[in-house]
Design a protein around this ligand. Sequence first.
Ligand SMILES: Cc1cc2nc3c(=O)[nH]c(=O)nc-3n(C[C@H](O)[C@H](O)[C@H](O)COP(=O)(O)O)c2cc1C
Length: 336
Amino acid sequence: MNSRNLIKKNALLFAPMEGITDQAYRMAMQELYPEWDLFYTDFLRIPSEGLYTKSKILEHLGSEVFNSKRQNDKTIFQILASESSHIIESVTSIKDLGIDKLDLNLGCPSKKVNSHKGGAYLLSDHAALKKILLSIRDTFSGFFSVKIRIGYRDDLLFTETLKLIEDCGVEAITLHARTRDQLYLGRADWKYIKQAVKTVNIPLIGNGDIWTVEDIENCFHETGCHAVMCARGALKTPWMAGLYKENVGRIHMINQEMLNRTRAEQIDLYFHFLEKHYRKNGYREEVILKRFKGLCQFIFEDFFGAESIRSLFLRSRELSEFKANLESLQRASVYA
Ligand SMILES: Cc1cc2nc3c(=O)[nH]c(=O)nc-3n(C[C@H](O)[C@H](O)[C@H](O)COP(=O)(O)O)c2cc1C
């Protein structure tokens, strides 16, 4: 598969998010907001001891990918590995299952993951990084991308890291423009995205603090990146890809009133489609309620009185109470 065909110019990518972007969530978003060009699974850690069975890998991916061409075409499977992981065996199993798009997580800042020499740690250990990239590349002939940060502690190895990745046959790079030590602090610095675009000849996907349709436009304009990826912004405004694509060339004409109207129209649909797909995937009501509450952190951020609205929803004891709150929110027209 050719990366230039898979990741179209100016594509909008829905980021991998642990605990959120499982099969049910992705199915709901793909049905309701098909304007997102690609979705990712969250990461599956490749074990150092023992091997995953094929059914464990399938469980992480969700079998729907094989029932629906649209799901299959739009889903990239993310893994996380360290030098000691059983990479060749695991990637062979992944390949044998018919998975043909793989992304390696090189940005995870978790202390536990980094102490096991995985995720963003690898940005500071080029010998291990090269070994891992070549093992995957030699085993896997499908589309292979990586997701990185600027560096581990600082940016000193940034250019060298980019070149190493490209030289190992990786087909696209997503850059979350912060170092590992920055975690989520401050603002992502897009000048590194611009620098990366100039350094490599493979598609560069810009990521970090793309919250609005203006941010999408500005990121393309300021950095020249091939595509953008949204994580928290996509949880706050899951319909953002459609809003952007419908208004390309006249983004400046989108006003607050239009944004509020869209939010009011979409919020019910969002939870409705999620519930449908959570149920289809066998989630119990308590689990659905827990998931919904997790999403409240993001989805109500733009509302007038966001804190009190959020706490009202978080107090829901039953799914029915959560849905009743949604209805009263709709009726009260509290959209700012
Ligand atoms: C809840 C949550 C879970 C995440 N899980 C993953 C993950 O599994 N794999 C990954 O590569 N990045 C993960 N990330 C990082 C995001 O994909 C993204 O790089 C980061 O949030 C910056 O983008 P943003 O400013 O649009 O949020 C996660 C982020 C959040 C907020």
